[in-house]
Structures are given as structure tokens and as C-alpha cells.
Design a protein around this ligand. Structure first.
Ligand code: SF4
Ligand code: SF4
Length: 339
């Protein structure tokens, strides 16, 4: 038996997505890191520690996700993880492309890192490596096996685009065989590199999957994978006109920190200098208007304001000019618990 639910935004938890560097050994086609907006710094350990402090002070459940670039390229990641534990972060995840630099699996244990989350964008070497780079499939698979063998919880993130949606159903036997605990399906966002590539004139053509294909494929495949005992999460993306819309920027406590000090509340805003907060001399301060938080307040029939601004082709209008559906907050997820 599986059970499905929309994972409502939690008002009792704080989620900190901390990009401790932007450097990466790969050059994935859809990478959302944008050095022009996020800088090219590698934060020293002392800065990582200082920037974690403000989030440790509230009484919420605190979840921390270390990101990059590739966070395991940072030699002080183990020390940063231990410091976060001391500060009271309840769950700590490391998102990795699977290369697991600096022998990270040998330097931390499963009591220190709750989950290693791996990224794979194809069920076959050919498809994954076309998107993420030669050798990345084999390396990621080997990294997952090693992490599982060492007793770490693992999850897998699959970013769906037109280039790999056909292979999504092949992931069911693969995730089962790997012993991965959770499977996250992600929708390709038009940020960073993919923002420049999502056009009929680009060599790859349009990357984003159309609504019909998304609706026909994703819930069905998620269900199949969940039936093998793995919890599957995927973005809701589309809401019927009568479904309730909520902007996480208003109702949830999420922070997306970049190594140039910018702190966003919304991932769709990350390509623009509209961050609502910034670290100045290691103090977290609000930025002046206009910033993303001014957009969160706007109530439009199309749902997400940022989607309408940067991805308007996702919307369809009827003959009366009304949107046929709303676009959900990109952070709203459907979750099917494994049977
Ligand atoms: S592994 Fe992540 S950070 Fe590195 S290029 Fe790929 S998407 Fe970007
Ligand atoms: S994606 Fe849209 S709805 Fe979600 S936080 Fe950003 S602006 Fe708000």
C-alpha cells in the first residue's frame, strides 16, 4: 500500500539551503548556478560557521542542506557539518553529484549526516552523461553504492527535461537495486544555464516538458516507484483554478544562501538581484525595496508571480482571457510514501 499527499508548507521548520561554493567539477546542461549572480567564492569555514548562527537561534525544527557547486569539493565540509550539529540543526543533507571528493564518506558518519542526496539525470549512461558529462553516470552509481554500504541514508534527485523524461520509468528498477531510500523528481527550472538553452534556437531545443506530458507521466511513474517501497516526491507544478495557491515566500521559512552573501527566499528569483536578505560583515540584514518579498505579496489568477514573469509560456488562457490553471509554488510537492 502506498499513500499520497500534498506536502503542505511547514510553518514549524526552517530549511536552510547553503551553497558553500559555486565551483564544480561538472558542467551539467541545466546547471542553475549563475556565477554572475552567485559569485565564484569558496567560503572559508569561519564564514560558514558565522552564517549558520542566525538560523540556529529560532525554536523551529532546523534542516540544513549543503550545496554547491559540488559541496564535497570543500575541504572543510566535515568540520562545517559538525559545527551545524552543535548549533542544533536537526537534519543535515549533503547534495552531491556523486564524485564525493576529499573522501567525505570516510570523514563523517551516519550520525553526523542524515542523508547524502545524489543527482542522476538518466537511467542509462548515455542519457545521463549527455546531460551531466562523460563518466558521471558510473561515478554517481559507484558513489551511491559506497554510501549505502557505509550505512548512510541516500536519496536520488532526477531533474526531468524533454531530454530524459522517456527514461524516468526505467529508474524504478535502478533505485530499487541501488537501495536508495527516497526518490525526488525535480522539474527543470529556467535558471542559470537552462534559462539560455530553453529555446527553439538552442542546440538542445526546448528543455521544459509540456503540461500534458508532465501530467500523463510523472504521477504514474512516481506511483510505480513508490510501490517498490521507496518514498517519491515530485513538484505539484499545476493547480486547478479552484485549488488553493500559497507562496512559500509568505508561509514557509526557507533560505537559499549563496557564497556572495545573497540570501533568497524563492529559488525562482535566484537569477536576479532581488534577494530579500544579505550577509554584511557576517550579519544577516534585509535588502532595500524592491526585492523578491514585494513580489510574494501580489495575488494573481495565474498563481506564482515569478513564473508569470520568467516562464509565461507555461500558462494557457481560455477565450475569456482567464488562465486555465494556476502554477503552484515551485516548492510545493506531492509525496507518495513507499508501500
Ligand atoms: S553537479 Fe550540480 S553544480 Fe555541478 S554542474 Fe551539475 S548541476 Fe551544476
Ligand atoms: S516560486 Fe512563486 S510561489 Fe513559490 S516562493 Fe517563489 S514567487 Fe512564491
Amino acid at each position: 500500500m502506498t499513500s499520497a499527499k500534498t506536502a503542505a508548507f511547514s510553518i514549524n521548520s526552517t530549511n536552510v539551503f547553503f551553497h558553500i561554493l559555486t565551483q564544480c567539477n561538472l558542467k551539467c546542461r541545466h546547471c542553475y548556478i549563475n556565477p554572475a549572480q552567485h559569485g565564484q567564492n569558496t567560503l572559508p569555514l569561519s564564514t560558514i560557521q558565522a552564517w549558520l548562527e542566525p538560523f540556529s537561534e529560532n525554536s523551529n525544527t532546523k534542516n540544513l542542506i549543503f550545496l554547491g557547486g559540488e559541496p564535497t569539493l570543500h575541504p572543510d565540509l566535515p568540520a562545517a557539518i559538525r559545527h551545524a550539529r552543535k548549533l542544533g540543526f536537526g537534519s543535515i543533507t549533503v547534495d552531491t553529484n556523486g564524485y564525493l571528493f576529499h573522501d567525505i564518506l570516510g570523514k563523517v558518519d551516519s550520525g553526523e549526516v542524515d542523508t547524502f542526496s545524489f543527482s542522476l539525470d538518466g537511467a542509462t549512461q548515455q542519457t545521463n552523461d549527455r546531460i551531466r558529462g562523460e563518466g558521471s553516470f558510473d561515478t554517481c552509481i559507484a558513489g551511491i553504492r559506497k554510501a549505502v554500504l557505509k550505512g548512510f541514508n541516500t536519496s536520488l534527485i532526477y531533474t526531468v527535461s524533454r531530454g530524459n523524461i522517456a527514461e524516468l520509468e526505467l529508474m524504478a528498477p535502478l533505485v530499487k537495486d541501488l537501495g536508495v531510500g527516497r526518490f525526488f523528481i525535480q522539474v527543470i527550472g529556467l535558471r542559470g544555464r537552462s534559462a539560455n538553452r530553453d529555446s527553439e534556437n538552442s542546440p538542445e531545443g526546448i528543455l521544459q516538458v509540456e503540461r500534458r506530458q508532465w501530467m500523463d507521466t510523472i504521477p504514474k511513474v512516481a506511483q510505480v516507484i513508490a510501490e517498490s517501497g521507496i518514498t517519491v516526491t515530485y513538484p505539484k507544478v499545476f493547480l486547478n483554478p479552484d485549488e488553493k495557491f500559497e507562496c512559500a515566500g509568505l508561509v514557509a521559512d526557507n533560505y537559499f544562501i549563496f557564497p556572495n552573501g545573497r540570501v533568497y527566499r524563492c529559488p525562482l528569483c535566484e537569477d536576479f538581484p532581488i534577494h530579500s536578505m544579505i550577509f554584511k560583515e557576517n550579519r544577516l540584514v534585509s535588502t532595500a525595496k524592491l526585492n523578491e518579498s514585494d513580489f510574494f505579496q501580489l495575488n494573481i489568477a495565474e498563481g506564482c508571480v515569478m513564473n508569470k514573469l520568467i516562464q509565461p509560456h507555461n500558462l494557457i488562457y481560455d477565450s475569456a482571457g482567464e488562465p486555465e490553471y494556476k502554477i503552484a509554488c515551485c516548492l510545493l510537492k506531492e509525496e507518495i510514501s513507499g508501500g
